[in-house]
Design a protein around this ligand. Structure first.
Ligand code: ZN
Ligand code: ZN
Length: 231
């Protein structure tokens, strides 16, 4: 299902936000996406189930293949086809893969928390509304966390912004409509190359093939670099 969490109807995106009550928690938000039936679910409620899956999968992951970790998270029924929880999935899966590749676990839990906290601040729909997909921002958050970058940093400041830019360029090259799975895959592919080139860290991983396309009503099919030709 790629539409409304409540009824499955397609989502409507609007330029001007509307005051809407979240169908799950009952709080009022300014919303820029709701379903054709008028249902609205806030970002926090949308990602609530996914957060536990992200934490559990990342903590038990044995592989340095970031896509394999992200894929396991996204296979969970708690993770919808689209949604802002994907911004956290990118950074968390990269972190788990990076710690496994470098066999350094000292700050793993601390970084996982930082990535979750910062990732939660990136709302849904930024790919279309801000011109900056949250999957790419999630990659930047991952690198900023593990390099302890700050706005005052010199070298890491540059590296983190260059990584986000590289992910955004790959995402922008393809264009829309949005697909959170595709943008997670692109951000992971670009970050894997970036880590190899700039840090000598090899996450490995094989060619990414998408297994989620049948759940995505707006799948771009052959235009997607991860399209499974057997479908
Ligand atoms: Zn609905
Ligand atoms: Zn809510």
């Amino acid at each position: 299902m790629s539409g409304c969490l409540i009824c499955g109807k397609p989502l409507l995106y609007v330029q001007n936000t509307k005051r809407k009550r979240c169908k799950i928690c009952g709080n009022i938000f300014s919303a820029d996406a709701f379903c054709l039936g008028g249902h609205y679910v806030c970002d926090a409620c949308h990602g609530k189930g996914a957060i536990y899956v992200i934490r559990a999968v990342c903590k038990s992951a044995q592989t340095s293949d970031a896509w394999a970790i992200a894929r396991e998270i996204m296979r969970s029924p708690a993770v919808e086809t689209h949604g802002p929880e994907h911004h956290i999935i990118v950074g968390s899966a990269l972190l788990a893969a990076y710690c496994n590749a470098s066999e350094s676990y000292e700050n793993f839990e601390k970084y996982l928390e930082i990535i979750e906290k910062r990732g939660k601040k990136v709302p849904g729909g930024t790919c279309g509304f801000w011109g900056a997909c949250g999957a790419a921002i999630g990659a930047g958050i991952f690198l900023a966390a593990v390099t302890n970058s700050t706005p005052l940093a010199t070298e890491t400041h540059g590296l983190c912004n260059r990584l986000t830019a590289r992910c955004l360029a790959a995402i922008g090259e393809i264009g829309g409509p949005r697909c959170c799975k595709r943008n997670v895959a692109l951000a992971i592919r670009e970050t894997t190359a970036f880590l190899r080139e700039n840090f000598g860290v090899n996450l490995g991983g094989e060619r990414i093939i998408c297994e989620f396309s049948t759940k995505n009503d707006e799948c771009i099919g052959d235009r997607c670099p991860f399209a499974n030709s057997e479908f």
